[in-house]
Design a protein around this ligand. Structure first.
Ligand code: PEP
Ligand code: MG
Length: 577
């Protein structure tokens, strides 16, 4: 009998394939090893560690170019752990000492290491704890002869992978193995893995509770990444329906690829500025990037991740310059460091606090660690002499922070001038509006800034008081909440009144379901992952702002429960894909 499970669709597309259950944790039982077999048992353990190393080396080699540096670093960290005596030698000693099997010795050592991490509440070290588990599970699966997780087995091709959770590195590898789609028990639409699934165009659903409990290995599954559903053991009629939808989806993608060359312009002739979000310099070389008129958000924090020492001025300068060169005259909006909260770079800033998202993050951290900030500002300003650059400040909540930043920028310009460095004198300075306080006072920010960019990922998190990476409260994450819409509208209006451009660079900007709503609200600059550009352009080119505006005004004036989603559906009703 067929079974339907729902979750959160995070990457659009329909997949039909055999289920592949990927169990994260492995059950371990203790058994006694006689003295004369201890050497064999130790060799078995060391072989499993060796295999784990080879798998990770293979994994590293197969990472497609353009994949985030943090994913490669993830693998490096695991390799370092595999070479460390803690996980490599101690279990071997335990086998000899306790006369126990390799699995049990490894489990004992894992528990000992993890209890040390658990005693420290530091969020960064908690992440390291998860790394220990990933490495231990890899060795265990080798010991038990069932490492199907990422051994490159063709069996994974075209399967729908069902996991408790997936790391970004695992998602990359699975894509390489040709999986059709994946679903996970936990996770949210803004997790790195979810963002990655969209950029790799793998249909994905997260937060599907019971996905590993109710579905069986090998059974036929339909996954709909738009609706966020999984249907196991579908009947003939359902199967036929989804096959049709799958064909339509493929057709839609092919058509979308054709509009890459067309300009983004509404039916009433309003040109719309479509830009791309990037995390790494290589992202500008991705296919589909041509659709973008420039970079609306360069998340520079990825350059600072997984390293003990932050990049110096020269390294940053080289990096920013490489992006400017690759953009060949298209403008680059460099966001200053947004670290802290869920984006820790190393133990240094990973201090324990009860509400990291409300703590020392982004501009707050930069203003506190001025040498760090000045180095970045120097590098950006110097790079500005090589092409069009704009600077964008994240997480502003008071104009005092903005004034401090502007003062620092002036001091940096003066210092560069004294030292004889070239820089563009007119670099535009913009602010991200992603804290409700900033949206409510956007008019005041606008008088001191050259542009605004709305960061809906954080704006929604802070407005609705929901942690954007906590899957328990994902169901509350609602871009259409009237409070969120009012803050967005206020920001757009404030920018328009001050005569400065307003863009949006949160995930909402790349979701074609909201394009007409945002156009009707007066937004004409969007920045998103390059894979969403065609879809959003497709909607823009079929939209008439003069007709949308009164409808959206009416929608915003009447926000009673259930009204908004229905109105959005009707706004989008005549769209062709
Ligand atoms: C946002 O908050 O919407 C945003 C674009 O920034 P980030 O997702 O990097 O916090
Ligand atoms: Mg943000």
């Amino acid at each position: 009998m067929s079974l339907l499970l729902s979750g959160i669709g995070v990457s659009r597309g329909i997949a039909i394939g055999k289920a592949h259950l990927m169990r994260g944790s492995v059950e371990v039982v203790e058994s006694a090893i006689p003295t004369h077999l201890l050497d064999d048992e130790i060799s078995r353990f060391l072989r499993a560690v060796d295999d784990a190393r080879s798998q990770l080396h293979a994994l590293r080699e197969h990472i497609p170019s353009g994949t985030s540096v943090d994913i490669a670093s993830f693998i490096e960290t695991h390799l370092l752990m595999l070479n460390d005596a803690t996980l490599c030698n101690t279990p071997a000693e335990l086998i000899r000492e306790l006369h126990c099997n390799a699995e049990w010795a490894l489990k004992l050592q894992r528990d000992a290491v993890v209890s040390v991490f658990e005693a420290m509440e530091d969020p960064y070290l908690r992440t390291r704890r998860e790394d220990v588990d990933h490495v231990v599970n890899r060795i265990l699966r080798n010991l038990l002869g069932r490492d199907q997780r990422d051994s490159g087995m063709p069996a994974l091709k075209d399967t729908v992978v069902l996991a408790d959770d997936l790391t970004p590195a695992e998602a990359v590898l699975l894509e390489h193995q040709g999986i059709a789609a994946f679903a996970t028990e936990s996770g949210g639409p803004l997790s790195h893995t979810a963002i990655l699934s969209r950029s790799m165009e793998i249909p994905a659903v997260v937060g599907v509770h019971g996905v590993q409990q109710y579905l069986h290995d090998g059974e036929l599954v339909i996954l709909d990444g738009l609706q966020g559903v999984l249907i196991a053991d579908p009947d003939e009629q359902t199967l036929a329906l989804y096959r049709q939808r799958q064909q339509a989806e493929w057709q839609r993608r092919a058509e979308l690829a054709c509009i890459a060359e067309q300009p983004a312009i509404t039916l009433d002739a309003v040109p719309v500025n479509l830009q791309a979000n990037i995390e790494l310099p290589e992202d500008v070389n991705a296919s589909g990037f041509d659709n973008a008129s420039g970079v609306g958000l360069y998340r520079t924090e990825f350059l600072f991740m997984n390293r003990a020492i932050p990049p110096g001025e020269e390294e940053q300068f080289d990096c920013y310059r490489a992006v400017i060169d690759a953009l060949n005259g298209k403008p680059l909006t460099i966001r200053t460091l947004d670290i802290g909260a869920d984006k820790q770079v190393d133990g240094r800033h990973g201090r324990t606090c009860s509400n990291p998202a409300l703590g020392l993050r982004a501009i707050r951290l930069c203003l506190k660690d001025q040498p760090l900030f000045r180095t970045q500002l120097r590098a950006i300003l110097r790079a500005s002499s090589h092409g069009p650059v704009r600077i964008m400040i994240p997480m502003l909540s008071t104009t005092h922070e903005l004034h401090q930043t502007l003062t620092l920028l002036n001091e940096t310009r003066n210092a560069l001038q004294r030292e004889g460095y070239a820089f563009a004198p007119d670099v535009e300075i913009g602010g991200m509006i992603e804290v409700p306080a900033a949206a409510l006072t956007a008019a005041e920010f606008s008088t001191h800034l050259d542009f605004l960019s709305i960061g809906t990922n954080d704006l929604i998190q802070y407005t609705l008081a929901i942690d954007r990476v906590d899957d328990e409260v994902n169901y509350l994450y609602d871009p259409l909440h009237p409070a969120v819409l009012r803050l967005i509208k206020m920001t757009i209006d404030a920018g328009n009144q001050a005569g400065i451009p307003v863009a949006m660079c949160g995930e909402m900007a790349g979701d074609p379901r909201y394009t007409r709503l945002l156009l009707g609200m007066g937004l004409t600059e969007f920045s998103m992952h390059h894979t969403s550009l065609s879809e959003v352009k497709n909607v823009i080119n079929q939209s008439d702002i003069s007709k949308l505006k009164p409808l959206v005004d009416e929608l915003l004036n009447n926000t009673r429960a259930g009204h908004i989603p229905a109105r959005i559906d009707s706004l989008n009703s005549n769209l062709t894909e």
